[in-house]
Design a protein around this ligand. Structure first.
Ligand SMILES: CC(C)(COP(=O)(O)OP(=O)(O)OC[C@H]1O[C@@H](n2cnc3c(N)ncnc32)[C@H](O)[C@@H]1OP(=O)(O)O)[C@@H](O)C(=O)NCCC(=O)NCCS
Length: 191
């Protein structure tokens, strides 16, 4: 029997205050606190979950997706293992060494630098261990917390307004595209 030396695509990532671990079915109730909250979901690419069953279906979809395309981590605050947020990648194109990130934090945890801390660990994983060259994020122009977060991490806004880029429920939403390249991240973090 051979030994698979391939590092896990969704490894546990540790930061000073956080532990990022693979999302699991048991996270449904905690995630539903965020997915049912219209304020948290205002700029998300899905409408708020109608009920817990819908949140469970969304997690099931995420867990069934190929890591070639998508994977998600729960953000937790040790020693508590309860989910307080979520980070993911989607629209990954391995041949172009490119992927897109998504991130969301429960309302009570905003503005404590937590998502910045989580994304530093995630970007390190993508650029250093996962060999990604370009990380993208699509943001609604009015989502200032998200834009500030990305700009603070070195992302550049590369587009004007991309009109009606996604459809959420019955409504279209316009987006701007942010991106960060591996050489810029490595230079900024001196790797
Ligand atoms: C976007 C989001 C993840 C930010 O998380 P957070 O942990 O509060 O962000 P941080 O505390 O790490 O702050 C990062 C930067 O954004 C700034 N920021 C955060 N919230 C802000 C706000 N409401 N207004 C202005 N700036 C804000 C911080 O000041 C910080 O900037 P600095 O580095 O220049 O000081 C959080 O607001 C959220 O979950 N929103 C709902 C989901 C969502 O919109 N996801 C993004 C979809 S594209």
């Amino acid at each position: 029997m051979g030994i698979d030396a391939t590092p896990p695509v969704v490894p546990v990532l540790q930061t000073p205050r956080l532990r990022l671990r693979p999302l699991q079915a048991e996270d449904a109730e905690a995630l539903h606190d965020a997915y049912a909250n219209p304020q948290v979901m205002r700029h998300w690419s899905l409408a708020p979950s109608g009920d817990l069953a819908e949140t469970r279906r969304r997690i099931a979809w995420s867990l069934a997706a190929s890591v070639e395309m998508h994977a998600a981590w729960a953000i937790t605050q040790p020693p508590d293992d309860r989910l307080i947020g979520l980070v993911n990648y989607h629209h990954r194109e391995a041949s172009n060494r490119r992927l897109e990130i998504g991130y969301l934090l429960m309302r009570g945890h905003w503005r404590q630098g937590l998502m910045r801390e989580a994304l530093v660990a995630l970007l390190d994983h993508f650029f250093v261990a996962f060999d990604v060259h370009r990380v993208e994020a699509m943001v609604e122009p009015s989502n200032l917390p998200s834009r500030r977060l990305l700009e603070g991490l070195g992302f550049a806004c590369e587009s004007g307004v991309l009109r009606d880029r996604i459809k959420v429920g019955d409504a279209y939403r316009s987006m701007v595209m942010y991106a960060l390249l591996a050489p810029d991240w490595k230079a900024a973090t001196r790797r």
